[in-house]
Write a protein that binds this ligand. Structure first.
Ligand code: HEM
Length: 425
């Protein structure tokens, strides 16, 4: 390990550091400057390369045969990895698109891809607008103060994706709770077993995670039965009745598919929706600029919010052959962490990367990844955020922070946990 890698290895793998964006960005800036493709050996983890430059993240992501997902798709402590292997006989608790490689990945992605193409997403714009209006009305009804995360940002994308998936409104709180337990497992406010987290009890922590996945699976077993008997115009019906190579989709894969759409479909978008509002409240000139022309600036503002927040902090790939990059040899079998948060602050790609600019253009954000696994829901996420921002900022007269914002402790998916605001309509 280089001196820089030794200094920052523990930070890059610590959920608590991700809850302090300034600390995190200091670590990534040092890595980009001194050891941009760093070999890290953090205590408690299998070693890996950290790719912190935008260009390297793209170069690795676009080569899906050479750099695969199947073995190690996200960072987990070695003790957790060993337990998962012991229980599942393989490296994963679920088998979703992000754990798959071709040929399976292509076939499974193809099943639902149609639903998320721009032309089909656009057809939902009126339905999305109605939901956005409902949530801005709710803010207005709340009388001038709310927690933008816990009252608005968490529930709005949830409603949109659950409508598309076909989950009834009354089950949204359950979906939200399960998703928070899944992605917030390293944060004591969300973990299903906070005692296990505090005591670093790996077996109990994993058991908690398994029970979360079990609850998701139990819920979607009923949905599958229903949609096989009565198919509807929703994504659940596509999954339940999906065929791979002429055979019905496997139960484990079907359950996993619902989980990725349900979970990836809202926490990410909530995080960037809230993160963008927080960024503007902290850069008043940008807020004023946006409020003067919300329709004209919504596209660039939304992309900037997604760059700024980077709700998915990383994914990993494993090399299937030796590969030369930046004067290093990545050996066959070694894994690479794609540090999206760092790529999104890369000084070589973004002009003034540490400033939030509502009119940033071009904006080569890497938040949705790249290559064959590039985010399936990115057009939907953009539509949702633009719609809410246009509705909110064309109606609200003034808006300001009313307390200390807090962030989620996670190395995987997250953003603001609380953004207290005061406003007038
Ligand atoms: C994959 C980010 C919203 C569904 C991904 C990946 C990232 C990401 C980084 C992995 C890309 C890669 O490996 O190259 C985000 C962000 C979002 C967002 C930042 C919001 C701002 C959504 C939404 C959905 C969704 C609304 C709804 C369906 C998925 C799925 C995958 C994925 C299914 C797996 C794709 C695959 O492996 O082929 N997303 N996402 N995401 N995302 Fe999103």
């Amino acid at each position: 390990m280089s001196e820089t890698a030794r200094t920052y290895a523990d930070q890059i793998t610590s959920p608590a550091v991700y809850a302090q964006p300034d600390e995190l960005h200091k670590a990534f800036a040092a890595l980009r400057a001194n050891d941009p493709l760093a070999w890290l050996e953090p205590e408690g983890f299998r070693p890996f390369w950290a790719a912190t430059k935008h260009q390297d993240i793209m170069e690795i992501s676009r080569q899906n045969k050479l750099f695969t997902n199947g073995e190690r798709e996200i960072l987990s402590p070695v003790a957790t990895e060993e337990q998962v292997y012991a229980i599942m006989g393989g490296p994963h608790l679920v088998r979703t698109l992000v754990q798959m490689d071709d040929p399976d990945h292509f076939k499974f992605r193809h099943l639902t891809q149609q639903w998320f193409l721009p032309q089909n997403v656009r057809q939902r714009s009126e339905a999305v607008k109605a939901i956005a209006r409902e949530f801005v009305d709710k803010m207005e009804d709340m009388g001038g103060e709310c927690d933008f995360v816990n009252d608005i940002a968490l529930y709005y994308p949830l409603r949109v994706i659950m409508q598309i998936l076909g989950v009834p409104k009354e089950d949204e709180p359950l979906m939200l709770k399960l998703t928070q337990e899944l992605f917030g497992a390293a944060d004591e406010d969300y973990s299903r077993d906070a005692d296990a987290l505090g005591q670093k009890d790996v077996a109990a922590g994993l058991a908690a995670m398994q029970s979360v996945v079990g609850d998701f699976f139990a819920y979607f077993t009923d949905i599958t039965k229903d949609r096989r008997a009565n198919p509807k115009d929703d994504v659940a019906s596509v999954i339940a009745n999906g065929q791979i190579d002429g055979e019905p989709i496997g139960e484990f894969e079907a359950m996993s598919y619902y989980v990725i759409v349900a979970a990836a479909g809202h926490d990410t978008t909530s995080a960037s929706t809230a993160g963008g509002v927080l960024a503007m409240l902290e850069a008043r000139d940008q807020l004023d600029k946006f409020m003067a022309d919300p329709q004209g600036l919504s596209r660039t503002t939304v992309d900037e919010a997604i760059r700024w927040t980077t709700p998915v902090k990383h994914f990993m790939r494993t090399a299937q052959d030796d590969y030369e990059l930046r004067g290093n040899t990545i050996r066959k079998g070694e894994s690479i962490m794609l540090c999206y948060s760092s790529g999104n602050r890369d000084e070589e790609v973004f002009d003034d990367p540490f400033s939030f600019k509502v009119d940033r253009s071009p904006n080569k954000l890497i938040s949705f990844g790249y290559g064959g696994h590039m985010c399936l829901g990115m057009h939907l996420a953009r539509l949702e955020m633009m719609t809410l921002y246009e509705e909110l900022f064309s109606r609200v007269k003034s808006i300001e922070l009313a307390g200390e914002p807090k962030h989620i402790k996670t190395t995987f998916v997250g953003g603001p946990k609380s953004v207290p605001i005061r406003y007038k309509f």
